[in-house]
Design a protein around this ligand. Structure first.
Ligand SMILES: Cc1cc2nc3c(=O)[nH]c(=O)nc-3n(C[C@H](O)[C@H](O)[C@H](O)COP(=O)(O)OP(=O)(O)OC[C@H]3O[C@@H](n4cnc5c(N)ncnc54)[C@H](O)[C@@H]3O)c2cc1C
Length: 477
């Protein structure tokens, strides 16, 4: 028997499940959720193992929520291929699963002569990448579409298909589709170690053991550590790259029609001005390498710099109140390219380093990984008539629950979240177990008052369901 390195002793010897799974997906970020869906639909018996109490607790909890076309992805890269396939599949399934997409388009804006010179190269790259509808426009044409943008803009590259989406409802429904078609999810179950007997893995988690044929490492910010702990080595190292954001009040969203991108650098797409499907306007993210895999705090200096940059490009922002600030951590490795590596001799596929395009590429990554699995000799029969649950409708453009009869009163008035939505989020295998999880499923407390007015009512509605309880979060604030 091949013995994987045992980092720590399991806290329990109980079985997490008595079943033997074809595939265990470790990590329920957007990539793990899309992976579980793809493998389940293809007919595999899937377990999803997540260390947090709620899904989307890592890199996927905070991003810019842009569905990228791949126009500026490295030519010929796996990242480009996965973004393109992911984008296409998103559009194919959005009707069935009730996903939202606002195809507002983006402008890569040149503010200096040097940046203007780069636009031609970006246009060529976009066309090489198969995004043929991009076009260069002058300052006048840009002002017609974006009249509130500073008149210092010199020119822009128009990318019509860049879109904004709901970054949480989509992965939630990917995983719900997997679950409704036979997958199982195990939350609060950090994988600590495991042994491989040449055929199956026996994974040791915080809550017990689970046996599986294949392991897919989708552990995001901890992907390198998981490889090291269970395989004894990792061929990449994650250096988290923090991105901070400033969220402006809903009144600001009328200032902009499209996504305003800067000319990118080697390390980052740069600071973006964008609307969200929830009706806010956001400026960010920063790009700050750090060692901590947990510290997603914001700092005043970076936020002030973001506000200056936002106001410089969109002067009216100076008159707009800020609703919130947040930060996310990108799972960046030494290279730009995704670190997706099959290890057939170990029945293991590493899906690491999904740095800054994972929301767009997740469905494409899942397809690519399924092909790698087939190349390892696996065969399953795809589910012929899969169940298709509907995503939560949280976007402003959607038929929100507060418009429908019988919602049982509004619990959060800023975001118009109903009692019925709160109660629904507390049920089922993906029931919210933390306020953060509840926010991602309903948007409760994410509006102008940031929970000031609704927390007491929410504490009543969620009593005994969240850990820590909302009443304690209010006391601690
Ligand atoms: C600031 C910022 C802006 C971004 N903007 C965009 C954008 O506009 N568009 C876009 O497409 N992408 C964007 N991204 C990128 C996107 O968010 C990431 O690529 C994506 O979230 C990565 O997802 P993941 O599933 O690989 O990792 P994660 O979301 O980190 O998921 C990994 C999961 O594994 C779990 N886990 C870890 N270790 C273990 C273990 N031992 N046992 C069990 N579970 C474990 C974690 O708890 C976590 O839930 C952005 C990212 C950031 C940070």
């Amino acid at each position: 028997m091949a013995q994987a390195q045992l980092k720590s002793q399991p806290k329990t010897t109980a079985a997490l499940s008595d079943e033997v799974f074809d595939v265990a997906v470790i990590g329920a970020g957007v990539v793990g959720c899309a992976m579980a869906r793809r493998f389940t639909l293809e007919g595999a018996k899937v377990a999803v193992i997540e260390k947090a109490t709620d899904i989307l607790d890592g890199a996927s909890k905070a991003n810019s929520a842009i569905l990228h076309t791949g126009f500026d992805a490295p030519v010929g890269s796996l990242e480009l291929d996965c973004i393109r396939k992911g984008y296409a599949e998103y559009e194919t399934i959005m009707g069935d699963l009730g996903l939202v997409q606002e195809k507002c388009g983006a402008f890569v804006v040149a503010w200096t002569q040097a940046q203007m010179n780069s636009l031609t190269a970006i246009e060529k790259q976009a066309k090489d990448n198969g995004i043929s509808d991009v076009s260069l426009i002058d300052a006048d044409a840009l002002q017609q579409v974006e009249p509130n943008l500073s008149n210092r803009a010199i020119a822009a590259l128009k990318v019509p298909q860049e879109s904004i989406v709901d970054p949480w409802s989509a992965p939630y429904v990917y995983l719900r589709q997997a679950l409704e078609n036979g997958a199982q999810v195990f939350l609060s179950s950090a994988v600590n170690s495991g042994t491989f007997d040449g055929q199956n893995w026996l994974l040791e988690t915080d809550r017990g053991r689970l046996r599986t044929g294949l392991v897919i490492n989708c552990a995001g910010l901890y992907g390198d550590i998981l490889d090291k702990d269970l395989l004894g080595q990792s061929d990449f190292h994650i250096t988290p790259r923090k991105g901070q954001f400033v969220v402006y009040d809903k009144a600001a969203s009328g200032l902009l029609n499209s996504i305003i991108l800067p000319v990118p650098t080697e390390t980052t797409k740069g600071v973006v001005l964008f609307r969200t499907v929830f009706g806010n306007l956001v400026v960010g993210p920063t790009a700050e390498d750090q060692t901590s895999r947990k510290d997603a705090s914001t700092d005043e200096q970076a936020l002030k710099a973001l506000m200056r940059e936002g106001e410089d490009k969109l002067p009216e922002l100076a008159n707009m109140p800020v609703t919130a600030v947040y930060a996310g951590l990108r799972p960046a490795s030494e290279r730009k390219e995704y670190r997706i590596t099959p290890r057939p001799e170990k029945n293991w596929i590493t899906v690491g380093g999904i740095r800054s395009t994972g929301l767009s590429a997740a469905l494409g990554i899942a397809r690519h990984v399924y092909e790698l699995y087939q190349n390892m000799g696996a065969t399953h029969r795809a589910i012929s008539d899969p169940k298709t649950p509907k995503a939560n409708v949280l976007a402003q453009s959607g038929q929100r629950d507060w418009r429908a009869a019988g919602h049982g009163e509004i619990a959060c008035h800023c975001e118009l979240v109903t009692n019925r939505e709160i109660k629904a989020a507390l049920k089922g295998p993906l029931a919210a177990k933390s306020l953060a999880g509840l926010k991602r499923q309903t948007r409760a407390t994410m509006g102008r008052c940031q929970g000031f007015y609704c927390s007491a009512r929410l504490a009543e509605l969620t009593a005994g369901k969240l850990d820590p309880p909302i009443s304690q979060e209010i006391d601690d604030a």
